[in-house]
Structures are given as C-alpha cells and as structure tokens.
Ligand binder design. Sequence first.
Ligand code: SF4
Ligand code: SF4
Length: 502
Amino acid sequence: MHSLQDCTASPESKEAMPQLSRYELLEQERITQQIAEEQQTFRNELASLNVDGTRKWIYPQETQGRYTAARNIVAYILLGFLCAAPFIRVYDNPLIMLNILERKFIVFGVVFWPQDFYLVVLGLLTFILGIAVFTSILGRIWCGWTCPQTIFLEFVFRRIERWIEGNARQRIAFDKAPMNLRKLARKALKHSVFFVLSWILCNVFLAYIIGVEELFRIITEPPSQHIGGLTAMVVCSGLFYGVFARFREQACFIACPYGRFMSALVYPETLAVTYDFKRGEPRRRPSRADKQETITEPRGDCIDCGQCVSVCPTGIDIRNGIQLECVNCTACIDACDSVMRKIRKPIGLIRYASLQAIQQGRSSYLTPRVKGYVAILLVMITVFTALFLRRPQTEAVVLRQPGTLFQRVADDKIANFYTVQVINKTFQPKTLEVRIVEPQQATLIALTDNRTVPAQHVWHGRFLIVLPATVLYNPSTTITLAVLTDATLVKEVKTTFVAPVQ
Ligand code: SF4
Ligand code: SF4
C-alpha cells in the first residue's frame, strides 16, 4: 500500500476552470475540501465520520461508463434472481430455501434434509474458502458486484433517492435547506417508499427461510394465529429499512465480517481497483500557465479533479491506496476514464490491477499461497461431491407410536402401534412396503392406505403389529422389519414390541 499524503492539491483550481457554473464551482470546492480532509486522516479515521465521531453523510455522484453499464446488467439479473428464487418451483419445491429453523435446505431444487446437515456444513465451508480464494486473486469482487447489500443500496434505494431528491448536488442543498412543507412531503415520500420496499424485501427474505406457503399463511390468516411470524416480519422490515435508509455503507465497515477479513486475504498481487500512482503523480490541476506553456516541473496524468472521490459510495480517495472501505465498485474507474477522455489521455489511470503490477509493470496472480488455497478448495469440492453422490436417496425411520404401550385384541393377541417416516430424496415417487422379518408369527396391518411417497418429500404412515400372547415371554421383544421402496430394501430396522408381563 502506498501513501501519497505529501501530494497536496494545487491552489489554482478556480483559475483553471473559468467556464464552470457557480454550482459547479461550489461542488468543486466541496470535493477539494473532502479530498484535503481525507488526505489528512485516511489512515486514522473512516471517510464517512467527522473528527468528533459523528456521521459524515455521503452523497455519491452518479457515474456512466463501461463498468457502470456492466454492473447494471449484473445487478438487475441478480436482483431478479434473488427476488424470484424462493417462488420458482422445481419438482414442487422452491428453487432455493434456507430453512435454518428446521435445518432443511433446498439449493437449485436439491433438498438437503436434517440428515444431510453434514453436507450443508461442508458446503458452507467450501463456499467460504471459495470466497477466500476469489478474494486473494480478484480482491473484493464479491462486494462491488454481487453482494446483496451493494446491489439493493446502489441499484434500488439510492436510485429512488435520486428520483425523489435529485442528484448529489441537489441532495446536499436539499438536506441543508430549512424544513418546509415541500421538503417534508419529499422526505415523507422517500421514507414511505423505502419502508414499503423494506417490507417487500423482508417478505422475500422470509420466503427463503420459512418457504412461500408459510409466508402466505402469515399474511392471509388472522394475525392472532401468527404473532411470532408477524413480529419477525415487523422487526425484519425495520432492520432492512434502517440499513438502507440510514446505516448504508457503514454496514460494510462495521457489521460485515467479510470486510474485516480483507487485510488478511489481499496481497500485493491481488487484483483490485487501484490508482496508477506512477502514471498519475505528481498530480496537478490545469491552470492558465498550461496554455502559456510555462510549466517546467514534472507532472502526472492526474489533474486532481476529485471526480473519483465524488462518485465513491464510501467517500474515500482511492489515490491513497487500497483501503478497508473500498468495496471495489469501480465507480471511480468510470469517473476517471471519462476525465481522461476529456483531457485526451489514455484511460485506466484508475483500473483493475494489482499493486505489484503498478509498481513493477507485471504481476503474477498465481502465487504459492493462492495455489495452496486452490489445492485445498479442490480437495473440499471433491470430498463434498463424493459425499453428495453417495448420500442415501431414501431413508426410513420406524418408531413405536410415542405414548402407547400395547393393546389386547381378539384371540388373545397383543398389538403395538408403529409410525414410519420415509424421506424420498429422488425426483420420482416411490411405493413403500414394510415387511416383517422376524418373529415369523407376527402380522402387520397397515393403517395408511396411500403408500406412495412423492418425490423430494417426507412421508408419514402408521401400522399395527399383532403377535399371539403365547409367544411373548418377556415384556419387551425385539422385532425386525424390512422397509422397501419399489421392492428395493432401504433399511432393516430393529424395534421393540411391548407386552403385558405373563
Ligand atoms: S474507491 Fe473506487 S472502487 Fe473503491 S469504493 Fe470508492 S468508488 Fe468504489
Ligand atoms: S478522477 Fe482521475 S484525474 Fe480526477 S482526481 Fe481522480 S485520479 Fe485524478
């Protein structure tokens, strides 16, 4: 990480841009001040905090350019997917459901039952390691391009804010203006829209956790039947509203554990949004002297216009080097590229590059550490795939009916009730059969007519086992049952049969 604290801004700014409007000059002044503050404090303080610890509200300008266009496409595809996934059905199951409460997870239509929890844990660990590997090679690509927090904040909530309150400059003026009826109405409109959106988001979020059917029941049935569900809905909507209306970028620095791991995961070889200080420094604003060609000192390509700072959603100056707050959103790349085009210099003064590539002109992304990570990741993926492919496709549990003992039936016979639970993880329905292996004298009477276990479902049935009292010498006798689906043995089960003491 390089430090450019000694690269101060030129004092000739106003002279340099005589054609700017009054508003643009004010904005330029604001950015200049922001940059000066940031250069003084970027190592010690967050850019979004004042010296006294109070919040400095960030008003990022909108960007245009190739990365913005690409991020728009990615964001809207992901938004569509995130909102639709719990509602899309595959074999009568949601495409994705993460029911933590019941430990039932559905990923792309494949159901992981509580019995498969070891696979969920292993899959989660593999996913986390995968992110670590991607981070060491591609930096915070997750944060800037795919994190739901970034996508909802930048592509939904901030856009609505812009429609209602205007661009960055207008929003600053609007917030500074005294409260009046017009301002109150606009603020009320914005926050009402934010809350409705948060409520919708909360519903989608709950659909991932409890499933669409349960969510629909909470919404449509009398509130008295779903006090817990409705409380969760209100709390969750309030949380989303708080995060997107107020907490915003602070979530990335303070709440997100991933951001905290950054310093441990990135290296000089990691690809990141980086300022090419070799090309950009010494920075200097254009002035009238430029036209008269009286400048002799060396100068870099950075004209210290501050555009990269004004578009940054976390308020930092990327020219100070890689920082904790940078979410690699690429807004500063597009902003700087447009400045470079205007001043007829090559684009890419800020670009995706590693620090090593900037310093040495070349970089090797496959370092020994990355190779080690990749090797471990491959092992974990292999183990996960093997365990996933070998997991039993049908599982059965047979239990004596809880709370029952025995029943005396005709001809001096004793009966016990049993329940059978069959999990069919396949995509085809299965026909269930339970047979008695021993003792031979036992008879099985099925109490559930329909013995078809639907695909990807859990089936519950009940049956009765009857034994002549004459063969029961003990209060508890072990019996063996065979559970079959489609005439294939799933499991042999040993259970107990209770009888009165003779
Ligand atoms: S420094 Fe650039 S890439 Fe990083 S958060 Fe700010 S605008 Fe985005
Ligand atoms: S946008 Fe480019 S030229 Fe302008 S200050 Fe940032 S790095 Fe320098």
